[in-house]
Write a protein of this length. Structure first.
Length: 283
């Protein structure tokens, strides 16, 4: 625990501001997800919006990353680099936004979502909605006295029950005055393992869920991560804080995400995604 930063009330206030901006930026970009848009245009919109709000895009220059946002399409698990790729009907795309606010000595707010481009296939709907539910289930495990391992165990149990797999190579992480810091937050594992959650801990939960196997590989650019079997993958992410009462979702959004939360099949309620998938196939 000595290496895990516990935030004071004043630090949490600053974290809320950074996370609110990251969440607002994600809502903003959701209105621009459509066929014909390039991932580089998404990058420009995020970059300009962030600077206009007295913040910096945390990914830009981080360990050499060349852009201000990660855009991961279809079989790209994470760390997709924006470029000339044009979105086409049927794509799914994860947009991962991290904001440093304020510019000087700021805190980092981190969130992401997967969006539908046009009309998705049943397979795309399934993996996106399973991933969305995995994040919700992970957040539900956050409470003082619980263990970090509880988060991953719950996510893995659900994902595998739906016939999907959980990426092992990339995990959630502590966040605050640094982009990445302890603790690591795996999205798989066993209950009652790893660090005990304590009020003041802040970290991300960001399950990457594959329709096929969980194995990944990295392209020659040393950033873009693909599913080894080239199956579809999806991810959702929040930054959360452990409180005395339970959990505060710091990146909670003020509006629905277009092309993700506003589609008919996103409101699945208590139905399992397996049931929803069967319903979609029968429709």
């Amino acid at each position: 625990m000595s290496s895990i930063e516990l935030m004071s009330p004043g630090m949490l206030k600053k974290m809320r501001e950074a996370c609110a901006l990251a969440a607002d930026t994600l809502v903003m970009i959701s209105g621009h997800i459509r066929p014909g848009v390039t991932t580089d245009h998404i990058n420009t919109l995020v970059h300009d919006y962030t600077l206009a709000h007295n913040a910096l895009p945390s990914p830009l220059g981080y360990r050499g990353f060349p852009k201000s946002v990660c855009t991961s399409l279809n079989e790209v698990v994470c760390h997709g680099i924006p470029g000339p790729r044009v979105l086409v009907d049927g794509d799914i795309i994860n947009v991962d936004i991290t904001s440093t606010y304020p510019v000087k000595r700021g805190f980092h707010g981190d969130n992401s979502a997967t969006f539908y481009v046009g009309e998705p296939s049943p397979e795309a709907r399934k993996i996106v909605e399973v991933s969305r539910r995995c994040l919700e289930i992970g957040v539900e495990q956050v409470r003082p006295g619980g263990r970090i391992g509880d988060i991953g165990a719950a996510i893995q149990e659900y994902a595998e029950a739906q016939g999907c797999s959980v990426v092992r190579d990339y995990v959630g992480h502590g966040i605050g005055r640094s982009f990445h810091m302890p603790p690591n937050v795996p999205h798989f594992g066993q209950r009652n393992t790893l660090q005990r959650m304590t009020p003041g801990m802040v970290f991300t939960i960001e399950p990457m869920i594959n329709i096929g196997g969980y194995e990944c590989e990295v392209l020659a650019d040393q950033w873009t991560v693909l599913t080894r079997d080239r199956s579809l993958t999806a991810q959702f992410e929040h930054t959360v804080a452990v409180t005395r009462e339970g959990c505060e979702v710091l990146t909670q959004r003020q509006g629905l995400l277009n092309h993700s939360e506003d589609v008919p099949w996103a409101d699945l309620g208590p139905l399992t995604c397996a049931h929803a998938y069967a319903r979609l196939r029968a429709a």
